[in-house]
Design a protein around this ligand. Structure first.
Ligand code: AHR
Length: 326
């Protein structure tokens, strides 16, 4: 299995958002492969299980995937939104097996609990492309290739900003969905740098509403909080509401460091309510389409494709935010 360990330390956060393919390759076939996407009227039949629509990031990622996996580009896409429920994803994956699609792609809501269904997919000879998040499974070679961001590096970058700019801050950590690759790895990266500054943590499940609720409770439990590290922009935006309702000034009384870089998050940075945003780029539909085509054709593909992110501070301009694609 690759996944978290293989992604550790692969890349830094540099430059504009771009894709870096890691050189190690694996066979795209893995046994039976689907209809060749290479020619004629053959469409590649893809079952894509998206984990939900919990955040601005997810919405942008879904749009990117749908814009790329079109009939015009050679795909017959079945897209299913799991509404952040693992049981819905498992059902969708089993439906894809029953439909005998050529390739299954999915973004797992949490890391564990996939052994049975991954084995069923493997037994059916359908190659899996893992998208965005990672799995932790006992199944051998459970997927052909994975594309996503280096979550641990994102947490590290956030921690380095805190260490350099707020070394005395008392930090509350607003975690994403517990047990998800994004939560586990961002927390690991951040805590490796400034874990000794963290005075409390709770999950806001990557949504604005639950982020707000978690911060309302945190401000009661940890009134000494001076900085919140939020695992995504949406929860950070919910935190702004909770902080203002408590009569405090976000960005000043309580600093906010977030991950994602969606337009609403960057607007909060321009408005000086967020202090630092580490990007997690959701727009990789074209690269996913290339990988799926190669996998369907039994070609070699990289084991991992890391979406490289950048980071933003309050020097970002309104023009840059207005030009943001998502
Ligand atoms: O897995 C990526 C994360 O999932 C994004 O940071 C978050 O906004 C989304 O819900």
């Amino acid at each position: 299995m690759f996944g978290r360990a293989a992604r550790r330390g692969l890349v830094g956060l540099v430059g504009t958002a771009a894709l870096l393919s890691v050189a190690a390759c694996s066979s795209g076939g893995g046994g039976e492969t689907g209809a060749g996407g290479g020619g004629g009227d053959d469409l590649i039949r893809v079952g894509f299980s998206q984990l939900g629509a919990e955040s601005g990031w997810r919405t942008a990622n879904t749009e990117s995937v749908k814009e790329s996996l079109t009939e015009e580009n050679g795909f017959d896409l079945t897209f299913v939104d799991a509404q952040q429920k693992q049981e819905n994803q498992i059902k969708a994956l089993r439906d894809f097996v029953a439909q005998d699609v050529d390739v299954i792609a999915f973004s797992p809501v949490i890391e564990t609990g996939w052994d049975e269904v991954l084995q069923e997919i493997k037994d059916a000879g359908i190659p899996v492309v893992l998208v965005d998040r990672t799995v932790d499974t006992t199944v051998e070679d459970p997927y052909v290739t994975w594309i996503g961001a280096d979550f641990e590096q994102e947490g590290t970058t956030a921690g380095e900003w805190v260490a350099a700019n707020a070394p005395d801050a008392k930090v509350f950590e607003l975690q994403g969905t517990l047990g998800s690759g994004a939560q586990v790895d961002r927390e690991e990266g951040f805590n490796a740098v400034v874990g000794d500054q963290v005075i409390g943590k709770a999950s806001g499940n990557f949504t604005r509403a639950e982020g707000k609720t978690a911060v309302e409770a945190a401000l009661q439990a940890y009134p000494e909080t001076t900085l919140i590290f939020s695992h995504n922009d949406d929860m950070g935006l919910g935190a702004i509401e909770a902080i203002e309702a408590a009569g405090k000034v976000p960005g000043k009384d309580i600093q906010l460091v977030t991950v994602d870089g969606v337009r609403d998050g960057l607007q909060a940075l321009v408005d000086k309510k967020f202090n630092y945003v580490v990007e997690c780029n959701p727009v990789f539909g074209d690269q996913l389409a290339e990988l799926i085509t190669a996998v369907a054709n039994g070609e070699d593909v990289p084991e991992t494709t890391i979406v490289v992110d950048e980071a933003f501070d309050q020097t970002i301009t309104q023009d840059e935010v207005d030009a943001r694609a998502y």
